[in-house]
Design a protein around this ligand. Structure first.
Ligand code: GDP
Ligand code: IMO
Ligand code: MG
Length: 428
């Protein structure tokens, strides 16, 4: 009997944009299938191949490796209009994707009214989340409310019409109240439904397909979107996204058993960023914030918004290590810190009552008032972008990585020193 293949979850360990797309692209070299397990077009995963840059929102980052099968699991909310735009743009750029993309019959369809509601609700909310405006929250609300429309509903046009009517009935009054342009929405609905047949052509049973591949000894990556601190249950609620971004979501979001997962790799940026509202305990002062944003190109891949930047927060990455059960870490964007004369790592938080704690608190509001306890280390002040072996990294950069590993409670397995595929240092 063939040996079972490996099944590795790639999960963000901060507030998203850790460089998951780059790491998935690198690791896709040795796998047969890459599957997304949650989220939707709120994700923006940037991959550089040669001189070309690709930003993927819904299609997994394995698509740029010839022959890899790329799947969207049941945990995904699928914006079919945006999905085919992305699909066709890849084809137009010469990527051969025929037969390589599959969508779960169980995926939820994200409808134009979800996008509309997302923006309208956000505009009128007292506590803003700073969403990407891609309809994510309302789509998951309909899923949990059992009003959602799934890809499988496309199999029967009559049932589909009933499902849509039921879902729309609930939101119509709300949309009117919010001043929606009904004619525009109807046009968008027609466009969405016109793509139904094309989508059915890609529909598959994702869980069984992955399980069969694993049984045949083939390797699989499960690609997370967003990050641990944006997880609906484990993140900085309510400043989170509406899905389980953490590794547990990889099993439920694809339809395989958790025992099939062989590795969980956490992607951590060598510093911290956040886009959207909510606390960022290690945030820089405005001058340093701007400096690192420019050095790291920290602007949202989906919305173009500037990302807030801060020092490495090991309170968060240690928590991420525990929540996700990390077996390894990929540290990205080390090169962005090359010119600093010193670097800092937060090891604990001093709470407003003076108590020092090393654990990430559940009370999000208290996070806005914590004072990080920092360790300061000397910078390396040398370029790392051309380094390809751990032993060739400057001594101070290695000490920084050693400390990240120690405080995060998981071994560093890869170090990324630039956005290119080749700019990666495997460890061990
Ligand atoms: P994702 O959402 O986690 O896939 O991350 P994004 O693509 O939104 O943001 C990461 C950004 O950093 C992208 O523009 C990548 O091209 C870039 N990037 C990834 N790894 C590195 C690295 O090691 N160094 C540098 N300088 N840029 C990187
Ligand atoms: P990737 O996969 C960074 C943030 C939004 C907002 C919150 C909720 O590229 O790492 P949503 O639209 O999901 O309802 O917004 O989550 N957010 C992200 N931040 N990277 C992402 O994805 C994100 N997806 C959502 O900015 O704060
Ligand atoms: Mg991103």
């Amino acid at each position: 009997m063939a040996s079972t293949g490996s099944c590795t979850v790639i999960v963000g360990c901060q507030w998203g944009d850790e460089g998951k797309g780059k790491i998935v692209d690198v690791l896709a070299e040795n796998v047969d299938i890459v599957a997304r397990y949650q989220g939707g077009a709120n994700a923006g995963h940037t991959v550089h191949v040669g001189d070309d840059e690709f930003v993927l929102h819904q299609i997994p980052s394995g698509i740029l490796h010839e022959g890899r099968r790329c799947l969207l699991g049941n945990g995904v909310v699928l914006d079919v209009h945006q999905f085919f735009q992305e699909y066709d743009a890849l084809v137009a750029r010469g990527i051969d994707i025929a037969g390589r993309v599959g969508v779960s019959y169980r995926s939820q369809m994200l409808m134009p009214y979800h996008r509309w509601l997302d923006r309208a609700v956000e505009d009128s909310a007292a506590v803003k989340i700073g969403t990407t405006g891609r309809g994510i929250g309302p789509a998951y609300e309909d899923k949990a409310g059992r009003r959602g429309v799934r890809v499988a509903d496309l199999l029967d046009p009559e049932r589909l019409a009933k499902r849509i009517d039921a879902a729309q009935d609930r939101v119509v009054a709300r949309l009117d109240e919010l001043g929606a342009d009904r004619a525009e929405l109807e046009r968008a609905m027609d466009e969405t439904l016109a793509l139904g047949e094309r989508l059915l052509g890609l529909a598959t049973d994702v869980g069984p397909e992955i399980s069969a591949a694993l049984r045949e000894g083939r390797n699989v990556l499960l690609e997370g979107a967003q990050g641990t601190a944006l997880d609906l249950d484990h993140g900085t609620y309510p400043f989170v996204t509406s899905s389980n971004t953490t590794a547990g979501g990889a099993a439920t979001g694809t339809g395989i058993g958790p025992t099939s997962i062989t590795d969980v790799i956490g992607v951590v940026k060598a510093y911290t960023t956040r886009v959207g509202e909510g606390p960022l305990p290690t945030g820089f002062d405005p001058e340093m914030d701007e400096h690192i944003r420019q050095l790291g190109g920290e602007f949202g891949a989906t919305t173009g918004r500037p990302r807030r930047c801060g020092w490495f927060d090991s309170v968060l990455t240690r928590y991420a290590s525990q929540v996700n059960g990390l077996t390894g870490v990929a540290v990205t964007k080390l090169d962005v810190l090359d010119t600093l004369h010193e670097v800092r790592i937060a090891t604990a938080y001093r709470m407003p009552n003076g108590k020092v704690r090393e654990f990430f608190p559940a009370d999000t509001w208290s996070l806005s008032h914590v004072e990080p306890v920092y360790e300061t280390m000397p910078g390396w002040q040398a370029p790392t972008g051309d380094v390809r072996r751990l032993e060739d990294l400057p001594k101070n950069a290695r000490a920084y990585l050693d400390r990240i590993e120690e405080l995060t409670h998981a071994p560093v397995r890869w170090i990324s020193v630039g956005s290119k595929r080749s700019q990666i240092i495997p460890v061990g």
